[in-house]
Design a protein around this ligand. Structure first.
Ligand code: AHN
Ligand code: ZN
Length: 337
């Protein structure tokens, strides 16, 4: 009798074990142990440092794929990431733009704790638009823009995250982070239905991940995250592919006092790098993107104009977004997110 009871007990424990291990959602890891019981303090994000990283990019001039400013920025980004001790992959690829121009492009990947199985991806595009074709501004349409916000802001925040990861180490077996700077996001054909003319770097990376058997838990894309009075809405594609991630991050941001920026307002789906990461790589990725209520385009007034320069960059916005990312990373490392 005792033996029967014991074997029923053992088999029900085994059954529960099997059930709890069953996790076959695409893009999530299935065999990673929970992180070691270690609690990390969330380091303070330094917005002055992030601001200087945005300014440094803008000082290179427009970073349009194939331009001299693009080449100089690439070398600087690679050396910054290496300087913070990350394992850097330069993923070169060629793609033909809608204009027929062959783009010589590079996705830049910085891996923190590359051996950790449990990881997330943080990304932004590092190239800037080749033209200033906003429908609400006709100033110097055929000149490339500086892209302080559109490109520069997300990269600046992620460089500061990289610096802080080095200064505040996470146990290499506990948790890893991949910082991915996509190229050739903004060389697309506006006013057409050719949406796949945008996001050429993320399309390439989604089809050719920088490492084999790549299964990060989720991803966060930053796009236009540096302007005063930004409004980060619940963009529909993000809510379709990664609703739990988006809801959790928005709730946390609101709890941190950033409910003015992170609002519970749904907005229509956008073609941005996360589309291809979600649909091709099957990694659930959300987009943190500025969607104001008071412009004709649905993007900030400086979007795709020559006003997208350092004047629109606001340290409070950089700090809020950067601090939210720091909280995500260090709470994940603590197993409490
Ligand atoms: C389009 O313009 C089609 N989508 C927005 C993606 C983007 C462009 N983000 C920054 N620049
Ligand atoms: Zn753009």
């Amino acid at each position: 009798m005792r033996l029967i009871k014991a074997s029923i007990f053992v088999s029900s424990v085994l059954l529960l074990w099997t059930l709890s291990c069953k996790n076959d959602k695409p893009g999530t890891d299935t065999d990673t142990p929970p992180p070691a019981a270690k609690t990390y303090k969330v380091p303070a994000f330094n917005a002055d440092s992030a601001y200087l990283y945005v300014k440094k990019q803008v000082d290179f001039g427009p970073r349009t794929t194939n331009s001299p400013g693009h080449q100089a920025t690439k070398e600087w980004l690679v050396s910054q990431l290496k300087g913070y001790g990350l394992d850097v992959v330069e993923q070169d690829f060629q793609a033909t733009a809608y204009t027929g121009t062959v783009l010589k492009a590079t996705n830049i990947i910085g891996r923190y704790n590359p051996e950790a199985k449990r990881r997330i991806v943080l990304s932004a595009h590092w190239d800037t638009r080749h033209i200033a074709d906003s429908p609400i501004n006709t100033d110097r349409v055929y000149e490339p823009i500086l892209g302080a916000d559109d490109g520069g802001s997300g990269v600046g925040i992620l460089l500061e995250v990289a610096r802080l990861l080095q200064a505040n180490p996470i146990d290499p077996l506990n948790f890893g982070v991949d910082i991915v700077f996509f190229d050739a996001e903004d060389y697309g054909h506006s006013g057409s239905n050719e949406y796949d003319t945008y996001c050429l770097g993320s399309q390439y990376w989604a089809k050719n991940p920088h490492t084999g058997n790549y299964k990060p838990r989720y991803g966060i894309l930053l796009d236009m995250v540096g302007a005063a009075g930004a409004r980060f809405t619940k963009e529909r594609l993000s809510m379709t592919y990664a609703p739990d991630v988006m809801n959790k991050i928005w709730r946390m941001a609101q709890g941190m006092g950033h409910g003015n920026l992170f609002v519970d307002i749904p907005t229509p789906e956008l073609v941005d790098d996360h589309l291809f990461v979600n649909t091709i790589a099957k990694i659930p990725m959300i987009d943190i993107i500025n969607r104001p209520s008071d412009t004709e385009t649905g993007f900030p007034a400086h979007w795709h104009t020559h006003n997208d320069n350092m004047d629109v960059i606001d340290k409070d916005t950089l700090r809020a977004v950067g601090q939210v990312l720091m909280a995500v990373v260090y709470r994940e490392a603590s197993g409490s997110f």
